[in-house]
Design a protein around this ligand. Structure first.
Ligand code: AMP
Length: 286
């Protein structure tokens, strides 16, 4: 396994593997890897000849009150996790390698970036799509791997790939969870013992919402959202729910009448425990 820090070096490596007709898989990450990331790497290993993992904490996608400085980092640990998971190259550029002097260009998937997460993290997705497109141009992957955990991110990048005719297939892998259902996240280490215990409620209400919708027990989604919010309040006093939304999984529009709707349902939420912001979701066909 090699660690590459320069854009031009990785472009050359990717060109070389492409001329040998090797299939390249890219797993973009911000490091501090856990089993969620590993599952993406293993999927890539399974489906591709060459696996590239990018480890880059992208400063632009954090808002000023966000946790860019405190975002956990441990490159040595990431190195070992990548190595044992079958990675061929880690791309670990410095900030000024990715954003050179007079950097002015951004990609915006207009209609989708201001919904759900975008309401609370303005411009976040513009910076995500920009860095992902840069990583695609640098690594020239046949497949690019994302987690279902960041459902809106997957929908937006899928849209960008289609709209801009990017020659890459997006693979979305299922969310890896702790035993009690909490989605694995680099941010979970910031939860206190009590918060960690309470946070299992998030996945629980998502599952409950799914069952209620599939059984047709509640017609109006605002009513169901209220019920689920109350359940979180009752069972997790430390939780400050930021939003819980029921939308379709393509345009991310609110579904108002649950019984009339047919298609993929996305129930997504974000919640604070102290300063730690967690997101989770569930997707199912109705
Ligand atoms: P991050 O390092 O948080 O930017 O995440 C890098 C990739 O890992 C993204 O595509 C995430 O959706 C994915 N990911 C993060 N957590 C999980 C998880 N628990 N299960 C599956 N994929 C995940």
């Amino acid at each position: 396994m090699k660690v590459i820090k320069e854009v031009s070096a990785l472009q050359e490596i990717s060109d070389y593997h492409r001329t040998l007709r090797k299939k390249i898989g890219l797993v973009p990450t911000m490091g501090f890897l856990h089993e969620g990331h590993v599952s993406l790497i293993l999927n890539a290993r399974n489906e591709c000849d060459i696996v590239i993992v990018s480890v880059f904490v992208n400063p632009t996608q954090f808002s000023p009150d966000d946790d860019f400085k405190e975002y956990p980092r441990d490159f040595l640990r990431d190195y070992h996790i990548c190595k044992t998971s079958g990675t061929d190259y880690i791309f670990n550029p410095d900030e000024d390698e990715m954003y050179k002097e007079n950097y002015f260009t951004y990609v915006n998937v207009k209609e989708l970036s201001n919904k759900l997460e975008g309401k609370y993290r303005p411009e976040h997705f513009t910076y995500v799509t920009t860095i992902v497109l840069k990583l695609i141009n640098i690594t020239k992957p046949h497949n690019i791997y994302f987690g279902q955990k960041d459902a809106q991110q997957a929908v937006i990048i899928d849209r960008m790939i289609k709209d801009l005719d990017v020659d890459t297939d997006i693979k979305v892998c299922k969310t890896i969870r702790e035993e009690d259902g909490l989605a694995k996240s680099s941010r979970n280490i910031y939860l206190s013992e009590e918060e960690r215990k309470e946070a299992a409620i998030l996945n629980k209400v998502l599952n409950e919402g799914k069952i209620i919708i599939l059984e047709g027990r509640v017609e109006r989604s605002d009513e169901l959202i209220k019920t689920l919010e109350e359940k979180i309040k009752e069972e997790s006093p430390s939780c400050r729910l930021q939003y819980l939304a029921i939308t379709d999984n393509t345009l991310l529009d609110d579904i108002e009448n649950l019984n009339e709707y047919k298609g993929e349902v996305l129930i997504s939420l974000s919640a604070f425990y102290g300063k730690t912001r967690l997101i989770d979701n569930i997707i199912f066909l109705k």
